[in-house]
Ligand binder design. Structure first.
Ligand SMILES: Cc1cc2nc3c(=O)[nH]c(=O)nc-3n(C[C@H](O)[C@H](O)[C@H](O)COP(=O)(O)OP(=O)(O)OC[C@H]3O[C@@H](n4cnc5c(N)ncnc54)[C@H](O)[C@@H]3O)c2cc1C
Length: 474
């Protein structure tokens, strides 16, 4: 930012059309769309340039959006089908208006990204074919959008952290106060402020306060900078909290992952094997549904109800599959053993229990066609918990085991918003000049998470917010 004249001791002051706080997918989409609508834009990003991009840069950034059957997936995926998936997985609690808008705009927004130069490839295997993945991953996606924003004349200020909202006498939001390398700055935005500063997953105080004591030690999958300022300052200015404040997104992680910013160290192949707890027993129906619809809740189950750490056990029928490696980026080599007894010793678990567990499991497996691309109904009978799909006996050594735990990706609690991404106050009224996009929005996810929905959520609502704020800018 050019340095303005200012008196010593006073906060430097800037003026723009649209101020965006946060430079992940939501903030970048807001900033680019506001620039495309001819508004002046400043995007402030808390991280230094090498840390920009938030959670988005750590992600593969796979997205679900409606599309016809194509070379990446054999089935049509409709906006109605996407709506049903998102509502079902939230057990009907998601805000239907917000979800409808997300689903209705997802394809157009994906095409908008394509028009900016994003190239796609198929998403993870065995997800019913609706995922698409940017070839360059999340890092490439954010780099592309930063280039695009700067090419359009948008200003990016790094190491600049929004700390408060500037509220006008009429109650509308006039701008943001931020901590920057040049000190405290006040940035006024005639069109509005878009809060795209992520959730509070990197803030241990808020994690424990809203999620519980166990949450202090969760592995943080993504950005260290998402510490909840955007949500907190909006609430302090009168915004209405919304969504499931006591819940969060997670994933079944390799337990050897780094504790912070570990990136994609999740196991997305557990449906090919079985989970074993510290006593040597199974504890989940690994084949309950497509992996995309179970990985978040399974991860939380491991953390909160299975002692924090467990194992995923496979035999060579699974391990040799080409998709096995595509669904797991190893943090270290798996534990391998030729017998279950030897495996139990290596895992440090009671050998008799593991041998019993596998014998009972193998005996319960029913005949049928094994097909990871559909809910194949190839299941167990007579054991608890069952494995409802993709059940094959574990009988082909060497056995392979990976230690697993859960982690935190982002939080579900956020701000009440309408379908234009405008923030709603505690009286139920629109807070003029204040928008939220991406993780700070509440009422999208509850309990569980439909895979590949958060990046597209950020893109859709960021784009909407940027456009609407630009229309208000003078
Ligand atoms: C390892 C991993 C894999 C994932 N895989 C997928 C996937 O394949 N598909 C999917 O849909 N989702 C995935 N997710 C989730 C998804 O990436 C995020 O939820 C989504 O990208 C969030 O976008 P966002 O723009 O809301 O936030 P972010 O991308 O996190 O951006 C927030 C930005 O705000 C900045 N910021 C924070 N506080 C302030 C402040 N006070 N002032 C200014 N700036 C601030 C941060 O530095 C950051 O750059 C994954 C996440 C991780 C970590």
């Amino acid at each position: 930012m050019p340095v303005p004249a200012g008196s010593a001791g006073a906060a430097a002051t800037y003026h723009t059309g649209v101020l965006v706080a946060g430079g992940g997918i939501a903030g970048l989409s807001a900033a680019v769309s506001a620039r495309q609508s001819a508004a002046e834009v400043i995007l402030i990003e808390k991280a230094p340039p090498e840390g920009r991009g938030g959670n988005t840069r750590f992600a593969d950034a796979q997205m679900r959006f409606p599309h016809e059957a194509d070379e990446f997936g054999p089935r049509d995926y409709t906006a109605a089908g996407m709506f049903d998936d998102l509502m079902r997985i939230s057990r009907g609690r998601a805000n239907a208006g917000l979800i409808r808008t997300l689903c209705d705009n997802a394809r157009d927004t994906a095409e908008w990204l394509t028009a900016m130069g994003l190239e796609w490839e198929p998403g993870y295997p065995h997800t019913a074919g609706y995922r698409r993945s940017p070839k360059s991953g999340g890092q490439g996606l954010v780099d592309l959008l930063y280039r695009r924003l700067e090419g359009l004349g948008g200003i990016v200020a790094y190491e600049t952290c929004a700390i408060d909202l500037i509220v006008s006498g009429d109650g509308s939001i006039a701008g943001v106060r931020a901590r920057s390398p040049e000190g405290i700055v006040d940035i006024y935005a005639s069109g509005g402020v878009v809060l795209a500063s992520g959730g509070f997953q990197a803030n241990v105080e808020m994690r424990v306060r809203y999620l519980g004591r166990f949450a202090d030690s969760l592995i943080l999958r993504g950005s260290r900078y998402n510490t909840g300022e955007g949500i907190r300052m909006a609430i302090a200015a009168g915004a209405q909290p919304a969504g499931q404040w006591g819940d969060y997104h997670s994933a079944v992680l390799d337990a050897r992952s780094p504790k912070i910013e570990c990136g994609v160290t999740a196991l997305y192949n557990y449906q090919m094997g079985i989970f074993i707890d510290q006593s040597g027993h199974r504890f989940l129906d690994e084949g309950e549904d497509f992996r995309d619809h179970t990985y978040v809740k399974f991860s939380k189950f491991i953390v909160e109800q299975a002692g924090g750490e467990a194992w995923c056990l496979f035999d060579q029928k699974a391990y040799q599959r080409e998709e096995f490696a595509r669904a797991w980026r190893p943090v270290g080599p798996p534990v391998e053993a030729n017998t279950l007894k030897e495996m139990a010793e290596k895992m440090g678990l009671p050998a008799e229990n593991i041998m019993d567990t596998i014998a009972n499991f193998n005996a319960a497996v029913q005949p049928g066609d094994y097909d990871l691309d559909r809910l194949d109904g190839k299941r167990t009978i007579g054991i608890t918990p069952p494995k409802s799909n993709w059940a094959l006996p574990l009988d082909t050594p060497p056995y392979v085991a990976i230690p697993v735990t859960g982690g935190i990706t982002f939080t579900f609690g956020g701000l009440k918003c309408d379908t234009l991404a405008r923030v709603i106050d505690t009286r139920g009224q629109v807070m003029a000049g204040l928008y939220a996009a991406g993780e700070p929005m509440g009422e999208i996810f509850y309990y569980n998470y439909p895979g590949a929905s958060s990046v597209i959520r950020g893109a859709v609502y960021g784009r909407i917010a940027g456009r609407d704020a630009a229309a208000r800018a003078v």
